[in-house]
Design a protein around this ligand. Sequence first.
Ligand code: URA
Length: 205
Amino acid sequence: MPTVLDHPLAAHNLTILRDRTTSSPDFRQAARRLAHLLVAEATCDMSLEDVEIETPLEATTGKRLAKPVVLVSVLRAGLGLIDAALELFPDARIGYAGVQRSEDTAEPLEYYTKFPHLDDARVLILEPMLATGGSLQWAASKVAEQGATDVTAVCVVAAPAGIEHMSRAHPDVRLVTAAVDRSLDENFYIRPGLGDMGDRLFGTE
Ligand code: URA
């Protein structure tokens, strides 16, 4: 089962995203604020290691993250979360998973992939709209082929069909989302959802 963000700011920003009257700049900003919360939740169990430092007054032991983070943006809507993720993890390496939904079958069609070294990292797959789960399953298989073993998917909204698909295909991939919505419609859009995330981020139709 996914981790569903339980925070007033998540609910507030998700409502801005859902509202059809939200302008493109406001949509981007709300997506950014929500991404901060989602990425923080997706990394809340990361291991730390001790590090010896000196404050201006004395030596002390601090903590730092024990392993690197890789962000994998599922194109194109995943790009809407990447800046916020980089603000939290400025050293993160970045991969791209270019996949398009077939208009007829909603099956994933690959057009571009490029991954950094993955096998020692916490891999965050940024897939804002978990609809059928086809694209996320495809991206999770790709990163697993490249050696990723610690993978969390960061979603804004998830549909029950996508969650089931992922729990069958990749039970080891953790899911973090701001909401689990009711269902998919006949065009594979999430209902009530927020429409086409890519179109709303980038002003296309
Ligand atoms: N992708 C979107 O952008 N929106 C949906 O509802 C489903 C997939």
